[in-house]
Design a protein around this ligand. Sequence first.
Ligand SMILES: *[C@@H]1O[C@H](CO)[C@@H](O)[C@H](O)[C@H]1NC(C)=O
Ligand SMILES: *[C@@H]1O[C@H](CO)[C@@H](O)[C@H](O)[C@H]1NC(C)=O
Ligand SMILES: *[C@@H]1O[C@H](CO)[C@@H](O)[C@H](O)[C@H]1NC(C)=O
Ligand SMILES: *[C@@H]1O[C@H](CO)[C@@H](O)[C@H](O)[C@H]1NC(C)=O
Ligand SMILES: *[C@@H]1O[C@H](CO)[C@@H](O)[C@H](O)[C@H]1NC(C)=O
Ligand SMILES: *[C@@H]1O[C@H](CO)[C@@H](O)[C@H](O)[C@H]1NC(C)=O
Ligand SMILES: [Cu+2]
Length: 209
Amino acid sequence: MQFTTLTLAALASLATAQKTHVVTVGMNATLTYSPNSLTGVAAGDLVQFQFKAGNHTVTQSTFDKPCEPISMNSNITGFHSGFQPVAASAAMGMIPTYTIMVNNTNPIWIYCAKEMHCEKGMVMVINENPTANSSRTLAAYKAAANSTAATILPGGESATGTGGTGGTTPGTADSAPGASGSPTAGAGMLAAPSTLILVAAAGLATFFL
Ligand SMILES: *[C@@H]1O[C@H](CO)[C@@H](O)[C@H](O)[C@H]1NC(C)=O
Ligand SMILES: *[C@@H]1O[C@H](CO)[C@@H](O)[C@H](O)[C@H]1NC(C)=O
Ligand SMILES: *[C@@H]1O[C@H](CO)[C@@H](O)[C@H](O)[C@H]1NC(C)=O
Ligand SMILES: *[C@@H]1O[C@H](CO)[C@@H](O)[C@H](O)[C@H]1NC(C)=O
Ligand SMILES: *[C@@H]1O[C@H](CO)[C@@H](O)[C@H](O)[C@H]1NC(C)=O
Ligand SMILES: *[C@@H]1O[C@H](CO)[C@@H](O)[C@H](O)[C@H]1NC(C)=O
Ligand SMILES: [Cu+2]
């Protein structure tokens, strides 16, 4: 049997199937992302954050400036989930989720922008790469976060943001390796829309990406 180009293309796309990596946020009312380190996340893969309790965010920073939006310290806009108050969403039968697409394998540094959660260790990394730069480890990022004076919320975020009420497209992750270029003047970070999983009685989930 002879494969058509189309068939081969289909097989190739299966072989490089996009993976979704799940991270739970605030599980058991803790200030944690679990797992707090994802490795081997390929370009094109998705990382889905499932908010389990509390009222947290998923926000990108540089390595060098934890607890600050990446846009303050580089020319990258970065992603920010906005606040995801779980109890308020649960009352509507939904689990808030936020999904980013990883475009390359450079490390992505993430913090929670709620009050002092970042200082208290609510941070994580995707594709940590100490081989490229041995200084840039999750432990070092976490330690630096612990000694920052304040957590900075990305500009444009409403203080009363409800989060988790719809959304159409997944957030996307630009992931230059802790780039520390000059800040872009007046760069406000776009509040990326969040996604929701409708919790069906049967335990099936429906995505709105
Ligand atoms: C949450 O608590 C349960 C029960 O104590 C435990 O098995 C689980 O590992 C905890 N999960 C996290 C992410 O802390
Ligand atoms: C630094 O970390 C310690 C231990 O987790 C925590 O008790 C302390 O509150 C943190 N510092 C700040 C400023 O949050
Ligand atoms: C390694 O990372 C540290 C911390 O971000 C940075 O100061 C240093 O310049 C980096 N080294 C190289 C060779 O890029
Ligand atoms: C979530 O936290 C933000 C920032 O502190 C706050 O403005 C918002 O009211 C909180 N949402 C809920 C439902 O508690
Ligand atoms: C990441 O990929 C998505 C999907 O192609 C794209 O929308 C987004 O702009 C990319 N992000 C960056 C920073 O290139
Ligand atoms: C963004 O910063 C990087 C490194 O700091 C630089 O190489 C790149 O040219 C900059 N891009 C733009 C559009 O300014
Ligand atoms: Cu938090």
